[in-house]
Ligand binder design. Structure first.
Ligand code: IMP
Ligand code: ZN
Length: 348
């Protein structure tokens, strides 16, 4: 990690809604996985983007390929998932929605079903150990893999939604935004929605996807990942913005990820400003805290420093994120209670 955030941001209770499991693996955990597989000759600069460095979006997706080579057994998944959950908890995150794409690795016996079971096992293990964080899981569809795999993934997610004690709450659509078209995935996403899975979709992450965004917003999704190019100032359209605001669809905003992946030129031009000024539900998230060498406290601090938010405004921002979680109302109430209890200690 490049920096450490100030005490206020680390003590601030936080909600993390956009975290890809394999993108969230820390330097320390990566070290452990690399030691298990020295023959792969993978070094840290191949799995993380350090301070001041930028990569093209395409290069970012190459990084995920390297990480997937390293994290390819059930033991690996269990270790990275428990470490990631504990790290978020240590950073003051009280509620986490983790997302990951189920994978198959024939040579290690990893399959999509035991992949999801292992992540759920990690969540349960952390709970049993008393780690102070509530975690839910979103099953991810990699758009690169097309409509058939998307439909299989939805069926898998449906099974786990019914069998995993409420830990699986939704579906994510992610993967290289320049590959494939959302229209092919609509039937799978529609089925998921009808079956009660919540939808968080990466949308307009790159420019010129107006048609796809219109189509996907028609579902409508329950949350939007990035939404970088939705608004008219950056080539989006008022009609897209109206769809988002009319349906009050929260947006997950990941500042450092967008700067390091070069879809946004600098912090001050991040679209957080557009949505926050509209008064639209805007949730600060990390995306891939390992790959982008950050944590949620730093992302809050960066947003505050860049857009001039005082501590009251930062507190309101973190509390408002509770409204946007996919877990049921009872858990929202518990989290609001937690924020109320912590307020006198944190917001001095
Ligand atoms: P995993 O699903 O746990 O293996 O996490 C890594 C995967 O998340 C990548 O292979 C992508 O499919 C997805 N991902 C991570 N970050 C991004 C992003 O910024 N945009 C789109 N997809 C992403
Ligand atoms: Zn993402």
């Amino acid at each position: 990690m490049d920096n450490v955030a100030d005490d206020f941001y680390r003590e601030l209770p936080k909600v993390e809604l956009h975290a890809h499991l394999n993108g969230s693996v820390s330097f320390q955990t990566m070290e452990k996985v690399m030691k298990r597989k020295p023959h792969l000759n993978i070094e840290h600069h191949m799995t993380a983007i350090g301070k001041g460095q930028r990569r093209s979006l395409d290069e970012c997706f190459q990084v995920f390929k390297v990480i997937h080579q390293l994290v390819d057994t059930q033991e690996d998944i269990l270790m990275v998932a428990t470490d990631v959950i504990k790290e978020f908890a240590a950073d003051g995150v009280k509620y986490l929605e983790l997302r990951s794409t189920p994978r198959e690795e024939t040579k290690t016996g990893l399959n999509k079903k035991n992949y999801v079971e292992t992540v759920i096992g990690a969540i349960q293990q952390c709970k049993e150990e008393g780690v102070d964080i509530d975690v839910r899981f979103l099953v991810a569809i990699d758009r690169r893999n097309g409509s058939e795999v998307a439909m299989e993934t939805v069926k898998l997610a449906e099974d786990f939604m019914l069998s995993a004690d409420g830990l699986v709450v939704g579906l994510d659509l992610s993967g290289d935004p320049t590959v494939g078209h959302g229209k092919d995935l609509l039937p799978a996403l529609q089925r998921a929605k009808n079956g009660g899975l919540k939808l968080s979709l990466h949308l307009s992450e790159v420019a010129s996807q107006l048609e796809e965004s219109e189509l996907l917003l028609g579902l409508p999704p329950d949350r939007i990942g990035h939404g970088t190019f939705l608004h008219p100032d950056v080539g989006g359209s008022q009609s897209l913005v109206d769809k988002v605001t009319k349906n009050n669809i929260p947006i997950e905003l990941c500042l450092t990820s967008n700067i390091k992946g070069q879809t946004v030129p600098c912090y001050s031009q991040h679209h957080f400003k557009y949505w926050y000024q509209l008064g639209h539900p805007s949730v600060i998230c990390t995306d891939d805290k390992g790959v982008f060498s950050t944590d949620l406290s730093q992302e809050y601090q960066l947003a505050a420093a860049t857009f001039g938010l005082d501590q009251q405004a930062v507190w309101a921002l973190s509390k408002q994120a509770i409204d946007c979680i996919f877990a049921p109302e009872a858990l929202k109430q518990q989290l609001r209670q937690k924020w109320t209890e912590l307020q006198p200690r944190v917001l001095k």
